[in-house]
Write a protein that binds this ligand. Sequence first.
Ligand code: ATP
Length: 254
Amino acid sequence: AKADPILVADDVSRSFGGIKAVEVEHLEVARNAITALIGPNGAGKTTLFNLLTGFDQADTGRWSFDGQRAEKLSAARAARAGMVRTFQLTKALNRMTVLDNMRLGATGQQGEKFTVALLPTLWRAREKAITEKAMTLLERFKLDTKKDDFAGSLSGGQRKLLEMARALMSDPKLIMLDEPMAGVNPALTQSLLGHITRLREEGMTVLFVEHDMHMVRHVSDWVVVMAEGRIVAEGPAHTVMHEQAVVDAYLGSH
Ligand code: ATP
């Protein structure tokens, strides 16, 4: 058991038809650390993210976030509690500007559940503060010059940065990134890794899904390996990579 985990989950399961996509007995995510969740295609990583963040309903399972029971929280409530995630397929609303995408991040609405109808409410409340915060974050992610462009006009890598920036608008304690480096060019990958490390320096907890186990070596404090819905190994990157169960999981998938 970890000293002060921000997330603790037990007996989390989810089946689709006859297939057990997730069957996790126990998961702890250490606070203020970077944890990588890796595993071959179809291992259940995204499904586990969906369950924990209220985007899908678990068949069984209990989990707590930051000391509070969290298994019944909707996605928006989980975000307000401080648990925010990004998506594998970026859902930045393509026909909205970069700045409006950021402003919506402040509402705690996430992913496909974003709605433009929320903006007017936001205006009346805290427009100036929210816009200032959005611009500060856009500068940090070098997207400030793109603020009036449609999100759909950004490159794939820039959209990954926007997703991360937008997730930060609601001041999360735990940020869950689903394949932040997938399809991103090498230069931008380095930049993304730098941003992830900075989040930890600022006191946040990061849990990210990554398909490529070599990618996680430099950036994660702890690696959790999933295969066929289960956690098959965990530990520091340099040791876990060599465990037989991990080698088997990856070899078995090709
Ligand atoms: P990848 O790296 O390919 O995204 P993953 O580890 O994230 O893989 P999941 O996407 O969680 O894996 O999929 C786990 C299993 O659950 C797979 O067998 C997948 O086909 C199945 N699955 C996931 N979502 C659904 C769904 N909505 N309906 C039916 N089956 C699903």
